[in-house]
Write a protein that binds this ligand. Sequence first.
Ligand code: ARG
Ligand code: GLU
Length: 672
Amino acid sequence: MKKILFLFVFLVVAGTGLRADEGMWLPSEIILKIKDMQAKGFKLTAEDIYSINNSSLKDAVVHFGGGCTGEIISNEGLLITNHHCGFGQIQSHSSVEHDYLRDGFWAMTREQELPNPGLTVSFLEYMKDVTEDVLKGYKAGMPEEKRIEIVAKNSKAIEEKAVKEGKSLRATVKPLYYGNQYYLYVFKVFTDVRLVGAPPSSIGKFGGDTDNWMWPRHTGDFSLFRVYAGADNEPAPYSEDNVPYKPKRFFKVNAKGISEGDFTMVYGFPGRTNEYLFSDAVKYTAEKSNPHKIALRTLRLDIQNREMAKDQAVRIKYASKNASVSNAWKKWQGEAKGIFKMRAIENKQDFEAKFTKWAEGKPQYENLVAKFKELYAAIEDLSLVRDYQSEALNAVELIAFAGRGQRGAERFYKDYYMPIDKDCFIALYKAYDKNIDDKYKAPYFKEQLQKFGTVEAWAEALFTEKPNMEMAAEIFRETNRHFNENYAPILDSVNKEITLLYRTYMMGQMEYNKATRGTKVFYPDANSTLRVAYGQVKGYSPSDAVYFTPVSSLDGVIEKDNPEIYDYNIPQKLRDLHAAKDYGQWEVNGSVPVAFIATNHTTGGNSGSPVLDAEGNLIGVNFDRVWEGTMSDVVYDPEVCRNISLDIRFALFVIDKLADADHLLEEMVIVK
Ligand code: ARG
Ligand code: GLU
C-alpha cells in the first residue's frame, strides 16, 4: 500500500502546473499549487490557507446547512452566504404580515436576530489522509463487495474515534479519486445560527430564473446570519443566554475592488463533479439523459408557468418549486451544449484510443476501455428508465407526497395547486408511456392504463375533488417496487464494477500522462469537501462576435428594471438612490459594482463561498456560473468557464444605504 500511495502522490505533483485555472484543490495539499498561485499574484503562503496548528483562512469558511458555503466576516460570528442559500430560513420567518421574502429583513439589534431550528454551520477542524487505516485488512484481489465492507467498517471506527476527541464534533471519511485515497474530515458543528439580514427578493433574486446561469448578471444574492455559542464559546443548542461566537478567524472585507486580470481564489464546498469520465458516460449525459430530462422538465415548467401567470396566489405557491425545477433544467441545457461545442466526447474517444495503445502489454490497464464500453452498454437502457422513474413517475407532487406517507401535510397543501399537478401527471405519464420501451414499463402502469383507457381518464380518477390518496400511494409503491426489485440491483452491481474500473482507470490516466509527458492536471472530483480554486477576473466570448466584460453595475440593474415584470421589479428605494446618485462611499465611476466573473473552477455547493483577493481579503461571494461554462462539471474550458460572484461592495451598499444597518458595517473590518 505504501508504495502505491507514494506513486500516487508523486503523480499528482508531476502532473500539475501547466493548464490555466482548472481544478479544485485540497487545502491540506495546497503546498503543491502554491508556487503557481503565487506566480499568478497570490501574496500569502500555503500555511496561510490551511494550517492545523495556527489559525488560517480555512477557519473563516463554513459549510452552511447541507449544501452551501458561508464565511465569517466579523469577530462576532457574523456570516455571509447567498440569498438563495438562506431562502428557506427567510421564507420560514415570513407571513402575510411580515413578508421578509418580499420586503427583506434587517435585525437592528441582537435581540431581533431570528433563530433557525435545524440549521447548522460547520467549521472544519482538520482533514487528514487516512487511506492506510481505511484499507486495513484489505488485500489486492479481494472481491469489490468485500472491499466495500472493509472500507465501511474501518471508516466508521475512524469517525467514531475522531468524534470522541472533542465536543460537538462531526466526522466523515470520504473517498477521493474513486477510492484511491481516503480523507477524514472533522467538523465542529454550531446549531444556534440566527438570521441577521436579507435584502428583498427583488434584489437578492433579481433577474429570477430568467437571468439564472447567465452573464451579464445583476443579482444581489446575499443574506447575513450570526453564529451563536455558549458562554465557553463552544457550540450550544439555542438559548437566549448564548452569545455571538468568537471565531478563530474572520475575513477582512476588501472595498478597494477588483479589475480584470486580478487574482481571485474561491474557498468552499463544491458538491459533485465528474472530470475523469469515460466517453460513453459523457455521451449518455449529453445525448440522452440531459435531452430527456430537459424535455420532461419543460412539460412541467410550461404547465406551472401558464398557471402562475393566471393567478398571483398560484405564483406565490409555486415560486420556490418553479425555481428548483428550472435551475437544473437550465443547467443541463448549457451543459449539453458546452459538451458538444468542446467536442468533449470525440476528444475523450481519441484519448481512449491512445490510452488503449499505450496499455498494450500492461495487464491492469489493457482491457479497461473495452470493459467500460461493455458495462456502460449494459446499463444504458436502465439508466434512462431510472431517469424516467425520478423525473416523470415520481415527479408528480401528489404521488411523491403519498409515497412518503403524507409526511409534511400542512406544508404540502399550503403550496399545492391541483390543476397544475393533474396536468403534470397527464403530460409526464404520457411521456413515460411513449418513451420507455414496453419491456421496461412497470406492469402496474400498463394494467392501469389499460383499465382506464387513457392517461386523462386515469387522471380523472386520481385527481378527484379530494384527491385519491390511496391510488396515489399505490402508484408510487407499485412502480417503485418494480424498479427497485428488477432494475436497481442490476444498476447497483454494474455501477460498483464501474467504480472499481474507474479506480484503476484513474491511476492509468495519471501514469499515461506521466509516460507521455502530458500536460493534463489531476485533482480529485468534488465531493462536498473543502476545496480551493483560483484564477483571475476575466471576461469571455460566449459566441461569435460577442464579448462580455467582467464587471456589472447598478446602472445595469436600472436598465433591466421593469415594474411590469416580476423578476425585474426593484424596490422603489433603490430607484430613488440611483436617481439621486446617493451611493455614499460605495461609488465607483459614477455607479456601484454589482457582480463579476472570474475563471475559478466551481460547482453547485460553492454557492456562498468567499471569493478572496491576493491578500486573502473578501472581494465577493460566489453564487453561480455562466451558462456556456456549466459543462465544467465534466470538462473545463478556460475560454468560457466563469464563476459569477456578488461584488462585496454591492452588499455593503445595500446594507448601508438601503437597510440603514450601519451597525453591521461597524463590526466588519473594511479595507479601503
Ligand atoms: N444557479 C444557481 C445555483 O445553481 C442559483 C440558483 C438559485 N436561483 C434561481 N433563480 N433559481 O444554485
Ligand atoms: N448556484 C450554485 C449553488 O447553489 C452555484 C452555481 C454552480 O453550480 O456553480 O451552489
